[in-house]
Design a protein around this ligand. Structure first.
Ligand SMILES: [Fe+2]
Ligand SMILES: [Fe+2]
Length: 139
């Protein structure tokens, strides 16, 4: 398995964990496509799926933070915007033939996902663990 789901990635908010697991599965499926040397079309499909799902996930997380008056929402939102831009840039560069999906790209994607979960996403859990998840927040 390219990205291994383990306890350290588990932040303890079930809906968020579920979505993170799905993101890990998408990156792993993408890695499979890359490793098998599948054609351009499959690579773009995999990248597209990741872009679409990460947007949905970021919206959900931001809605949770808004509902819970999370104090560092703006910083978190900025990092989401940065991460979104990075993946959109990668897609655009691949489309224009200026970049290719390499082992380094896959390593980049692994860190792109895991570092954010282990960093800013874990902070959300710390905040909500004593306050509880806001009522009515189930996307
Ligand atoms: Fe997240
Ligand atoms: Fe996040």
């Amino acid at each position: 398995m390219f990205v291994q789901w383990n306890r350290t990635l588990h932040i303890g908010i079930p809906k968020v964990d579920q979505e993170h697991q799905h993101l890990v599965a998408i990156v792993n499926a993408f890695h499979d496509v890359h490793r098998r040397g599948a054609g351009r079309e499959k690579v773009f499909t995999a990248l597209n799926l990741l872009m679409k799902y990460v947007e949905i996930h970021f919206q959900h997380e931001e809605a949770l933070m808004e509902a819970g008056h999370y104090p560092a929402l703006e910083d978190h939102r900025k990092e989401h915007e940065d991460l979104t831009r990075q993946i959109f840039d990668l897609y655009a560069r691949c489309k224009r033939g200026q970049a290719q999906i390499t082992d380094e790209t896959m390593e980049f994607l692994k860190h792109w996902l895991v570092d954010h979960i282990l960093g800013m996403d874990r902070e959300i859990q710390r905040y909500f663990s004593c306050r509880g998840i806001p009522k009515g927040w189930e996307m």
